[in-house]
Design a protein around this ligand. Sequence first.
Ligand code: FHN
Length: 476
Amino acid sequence: MISHILAIACSCLCIQPAAHAQTTVPAKDTIALQHGAHRIGVRTDADMARWRSLRFGQFIHWGVYAIPGGEWKGKTYNGAAEWIRSWKELPHEEYDNLYRQFNPVNFDAQQWASQAKEMGAKYMIITTKHHDGFCLWPSKYSKYTIAASPYKKDLLGPMVAAYNKAGIDVYLYFSIIDWSHPDYRASLKTAADSAANKRFQVFVKNQLAELLQRYPTVKGFWFDGTWDDSWKRDGAFTDELEQYLQSIHPGLVMGSRLRADEKGARHFDSNGRLMGDYEQGWERKLPEKIEDVHGNDWEAVMTVPENQWGYNAQWAGHIKTANELLEMLVKSVSLNGNFVLNFGPKADGTFRTEEQQLMTQIGQWMKINGEAVYNGTYAGFEKQDWGYYIRKAGTDSVYMVVFNIPVSGSLRVKMPAHTSLVSVSLQQQTLTPELIGRNEYFIHLSGKQSDTPVVILLKTTSGENKEKGNFEKAKT
Ligand code: FHN
């Protein structure tokens, strides 16, 4: 066990057995596990507190798959663009030689970082290598890297430096699936497979240590592809790996996609307890209510189209708008989660116009209203149809982020027990709430329609409401 990640159960919220939204919650531990969760409740150290306060991240999927961009010889691939190598229409030898054309001459790390900053992102996650195995850094453990491309230069170094300079933390996405590596096995059927898998584990460990050594300012890893049977079978290895990475870079933040327990359970161990620092299963979906997250830290990752992460020249289906994405961000924060929005740059290192526009639109709102998002937490107020409440962590300030203004223009606010309302404001302008029930108000927004979410600040205080009113409970 790692002492600094051992957090003593701090409240009844923390000691509830963790459970994935789709699994049943066991009442108590029943199975003796050596490689299950090593912590009860959330991590309470400064590194984790920082991750939790950032709330909004940018995901970047970038690699040689940006060259075909979801198309090959006039045909369109139906899946996610970064999976195109698995399509029978594109022979492996051809895909595996695309790196010879990967030359992102227009890549400008400063520009990437400044547009992420403009959008309001406080952290970013970059695909150091995706399932195809192509490394964006010149790894000494692989020949299939940026060093072998016409571009030749390391992409990660300048990226990490530029984002850090812009005040943005960097996390490294790393795929355990590696289609390029001769020892990679999805499942282990023979003794030879097992031997190859052992060698592959050493390779993975070496590459991860190399990344930490090359880019020491990174804050954590974002693992992917850990659903393979070969990975799930060796819970002891995944546990040792997590501890090894923590030992060389104390404080790293790593989600629940890294480990399996000795019975092959992922995300949550066989007793239903979260393994890793936060729940990493919220991909292209969000929880509905606070109970769904069981007191755990969590993060959602989201695509702009339905399921495209890498660059796809032909975005199809519904394309999310800035307001939809802002609603997802706000909803996540209101439920104690982080929200990470994905972008898939082109092979030349530039971003498509639609993504640039989204970053600008989101950024315009964040510039004015970001204070409601950063360091935001669940507010403990009864949810209303107009939108979401977010509490600034550890304070009496609660933001109402309004996405649906009712036709009446009146927003219902029910104060939680033993909490009273001190003041209401909308961008420095004081609003006068109308008491309509016991500790229940209308905030009138008549005439204040808006194209973007409206943020109202409630200052509250603990204690009973002195403004009693004359309300009598109906006898029924
Ligand atoms: O297969 C990948 C997919 O391409 C993408 O990288 C996403 C990002 O979370 N992860 C995997 C699917 O879960």
